[in-house]
Design a binder for this molecule. Structure first.
Ligand SMILES: Nc1ncnc2c1ncn2[C@@H]1O[C@H](COP(=O)(O)OP(=O)(O)OP(=O)(O)O)[C@@H](O)[C@H]1O
Ligand SMILES: [Mg+2]
Length: 270
């Protein structure tokens, strides 16, 4: 049974149709990446799946049951870091563990472990306003991973990071995904990130947002997996297969972005 199913989902805001005719299945343990022009409805799609808003038409099933609200079975990393400003980095990561009932004694150790994982060992006691944007985003990532939800929903989680940190977190996320069998829905503007992470890449159209095409990504023997960031990850990123997928996605996206810009121009001149 599919883990996540979108059935004829439409979402409108007033007269504006943000998403239309979304039919999509994500298998259990699958890694789906969603790409599309800015404003095409990616965050809207993730909000619906997170149960933060409801479809205007159609429905979304999780494990066969309609999504009716947020739940601890889904961890969300928002496009804009959503941390509690009055809590430290450690306290923010512990927050998710409190909700899932991890005993107090284990919380701090687990939170430290995940802060270490995202490269923030030593920053446990800083408050969000004392951290850079990228660091805050890493705290949010640590928080969503630490309480171990079945499904990870990630909205451009690595966008604010420098290239090196981004690549090491991509490797880490792949490793966690492989080890835990989580189902991941990951939004990005990065074509290379999509090819590197996704088993399937859904390309969206703009206005209204629909699924234009789903590109399965499979590498013969995937050398970039199961190892730390380094030559192996780089080997994959620079392989001819990688370049082929990159080009395929680039072409699909290029047409959509051009169309979205044209629509914006027409609207601006009205
Ligand atoms: N609460 C809302 N009320 C009105 N319009 C909204 C609302 N939320 C989103 N929209 C509109 O819906 C469309 C899709 O927005 P969304 O944030 O999902 O796009 P996106 O694909 O995530 O864009 P980006 O890549 O820039 O993050 C946009 O045109 C946006 O203006
Ligand atoms: Mg968005």
């Amino acid at each position: 049974m599919a883990k996540i199913v979108f059935e004829g989902v439409r979402k409108t805001f007033g007269d504006f149709t943000a998403l239309d005719g979304i039919d999509l299945e994500v298998g259990s343990g699958e890694f789906l990446v969603v790409v599309g022009p800015s404003g095409c409805g990616k965050s809207t799609l993730l909000d619906l799946l997170g149960g933060l808003s409801t479809p205007t038409d159609g429905r979304i099933l999780l494990d066969g049951r309609p999504v009716t609200g947020p739940g601890l079975d889904r961890g969300i990393v928002f496009q804009q870091y959503a941390l509690l400003p009055w809590r430290t980095a450690l306290g923010n990561v512990e927050f998710g563990l409190e909700a899932t009932g991890v005993p107090r004694r284990q919380r701090s150790a687990r939170a430290r472990e995940y802060l270490d994982l995202v490269g923030l060992g030593g920053f446990e006691d800083r408050h969000p306003h004392q951290l850079s944007g990228g660091m805050r985003q890493r705290v949010a990532i640590a928080r969503s991973l630490a309480y171990d939800p079945d499904v990870l929903l990630m909205d451009e989680p690595f966008a604010a990071l420098d290239a090196q940190t981004r690549e090491s977190l991509q490797d880490e996320l792949r490793r966690i995904w492989q080890r835990t069998g989580k189902t991941v829905v990951f939004i990005t503007h990065g074509i290379e990130e999509a090819v590197y992470l996704g088993q399937k890449v859904a390309v969206m159209t703009s206005r209204p947002g629909r699924i234009k095409e789903i590109v399965p990504v499979a590498f013969g023997a995937r050398p970039g997996t199961g190892t730390a960031a380094g030559p192996q990850g780089e080997e994959l990123r620079s392989s001819p297969e990688f370049a082929r997928y990159r080009h395929e996605l680039w072409t699909l996206l290029h047409d959509e972005v051009a169309r979205a810009r044209q629509l914006e121009k027409e609207e601006a001149s009205v």
